[in-house]
Write a protein that binds this ligand. Sequence first.
Ligand SMILES: Nc1ncnc2c1ncn2[C@@H]1O[C@H](COP(=O)(O)OP(=O)(O)OP(=O)(O)O)[C@@H](O)[C@H]1O
Ligand SMILES: [Mg+2]
Length: 196
Amino acid sequence: MSLPPNPRQQLRALIRQRRKQLTPNQQQLAATQLVQQVLALPLIQQKQHIALYLANDGELDPYPLMQALWQQGKQLYLPVLHPFNAGYLLFVHYTPDTLLYPNRFGIPEPLPECHRVLPLRQLELIFTPLVAFDQAGNRLGMGGGFYDRTLAQLPKDSTCEVIGLAHSCQQVEAVPTEAWDIPLKQIITPEHMFEF
Ligand SMILES: Nc1ncnc2c1ncn2[C@@H]1O[C@H](COP(=O)(O)OP(=O)(O)OP(=O)(O)O)[C@@H](O)[C@H]1O
Ligand SMILES: [Mg+2]
């Protein structure tokens, strides 16, 4: 007996395929445009501890942005699969010299050494990857629930901002949501800054 198609899985597959069709030139241009978009944000001046990610699966590449932020003296962090708390992320300090090792999804990550892990409540800004987003700020990720679980742990009075990064081709009419999905208040594409 086959299961009925799940609209979230279908949308995820469609957008992942679309995203993977971007050429290296398009990816490079998008990554460069992202730097301008983010550096023009007034809030970036006030944020020192910032989480980003390493691009995978055709995601918008924040590496040129990271280089610009390092130049400004910002402290950057990468998500690492929590070694004991399955389904959660830790954020580990990342510098140009940090050694990276592939995790079980093949995504490079730093070692979760205690002295390099920043408690979630001390992060001031988190840039998340995503697969699809809509005009209400709903976010569909890769399907692991890692960001949903981790962001749900931010304290109620947290001033940490969470901003999604995506290519324009990842915008859809409506993302089918579930109760646990954490919507975003801000999403940045190479061309636009969306606020919801
Ligand atoms: N706060 C949470 N507590 C427990 N389980 C959760 C939580 N958030 C999500 N999950 C579980 O994670 C699974 C995947 O969720 P979902 O499809 O929303 O992932 P996603 O948003 O695409 O991934 P990600 O958050 O990693 O980008 C679901 O089965 C869901 O039950
Ligand atoms: Mg989700």
